[in-house]
Design a protein around this ligand. Structure first.
Ligand SMILES: NC(=O)c1ccc[n+]([C@@H]2O[C@H](COP(=O)([O-])OP(=O)(O)OC[C@H]3O[C@@H](n4cnc5c(N)ncnc54)[C@H](OP(=O)(O)O)[C@@H]3O)[C@@H](O)[C@H]2O)c1
Length: 260
């Protein structure tokens, strides 16, 4: 699918991965409408980058963002906004769990619903959900975050099938750990202790471009993670013993109970 001239609504555009994505998209000749919580000024000289302000946890902001995107002529939506929740499950305050589910799962649902009537009218359009390897494999320390991304994966899968035969393509991008401010020092220590590989945001941005160009349904970043996703799907509980080192790393940290 051609990216040149396409109009991409990008949530999470101010984040580590979002910044790399907006740069990569513009290099491909796409125009980007970034969502930012803080108001950011549009430069009149640079029409390839526009901003719309809004908090994706607020229904009225979602309605306003969707309205602005429709008026702008959006044909591609990339849901990249997200918040982490690393730490022991029993220490995650319920209100923080609700906030994670609200941003990571509810907001892409609500924004996609608001945009769908418009996207169906476009000659060709696509919706990309940025998930996580942790949405496909349950890992100690990521129960609620993983639940939010697992829900997002099931949403993408069902919607892709529901919209089959329409002009709207639905795609899923599954990064593994990526070096951005998203990961706390505690999470990084956990990744080191468990030997989890991490990527730069540019690797994720390149994967997004490949995914959009290919029209493939899904793309998981990292060979061992791709394999692990398949093995987890096929073998599930038989892999539980392999997560002992993750459990040990989670509870070995000096302050394991503080989710970040
Ligand atoms: N980094 C990783 O290790 C990793 C791995 C796998 C998947 N992912 C996924 O990749 C995506 C991007 O992650 P990242 O590493 O770029 O994270 P990041 O650097 O922390 O950026 C998060 C983005 O989400 C936005 N956001 C947070 N709360 C929001 C709200 N209430 N309303 C609107 N926007 C909000 C932030 O905007 P503000 O500037 O307003 O805060 C920021 O643009 C997320 O969906 C994440 O789950 C990340």
């Amino acid at each position: 699918m051609r990216l040149s001239g396409s109009r991409v609504l990008l949530t999470g555009a101010t984040g580590g991965i979002g910044q790399a994505m907006r740069q990569a998209l513009r290099q491909q000749g796409a125009r980007v409408l970034g969502v930012a919580r803080a108001p950011l000024a549009n430069e009149d000289t640079d029409t390839s980058m526009r901003w719309v302000q809004g908090d994706l946890r607020q229904p009225q902001d979602i309605a306003r963002i969707a309205q602005a995107a429709v008026a702008w002529g959006v044909d591609t939506v990339v849901h990249a906004a997200g918040v982490p929740a690393f730490g022991a499950f029993e220490d995650l305050p319920p209100e923080q769990a609700a906030a994670v589910l609200q941003l990571n799962l509810w907001s892409p649902i609500a924004l996609t619903q608001a945009l769908l009537p418009h996207l169906k009218q476009m000659p060709a359009s696509r919706v990309v959900f940025v998930g996580s390897a942790l949405g496909r494999i349950g890992v100690p320390g990521s129960a609620v975050y993983g639940a939010s991304k697992a829900g997002l994966h099931r949403l993408a899968e069902a919607l892709r099938r529901e919209l089959g035969g329409t002009r709207v393509a639905v795609q899923w991008l599954g990064p593994r750990a990526t070096r951005t401010a998203f990961n706390s020092a505690q999470n990084e220590a956990f990744n080191r202790a468990t030997g989890s590989a991490s990527d730069t945001p540019e690797v994720v941005a390149r994967a997004l471009i490949d995914l959009l160009r290919s029209g493939a349904a899904e793309r998981h970043i990292g060979f061992p993670e791709r394999l692990a996703v398949r093995a987890n799907g096929a073998l599930g509980p038989l892999l539980d013993a392999g997560f002992r080192k993750h459990r040990d790393a989670l509870f070995a940290s000096p302050n394991p109970g503080v989710p970040t």
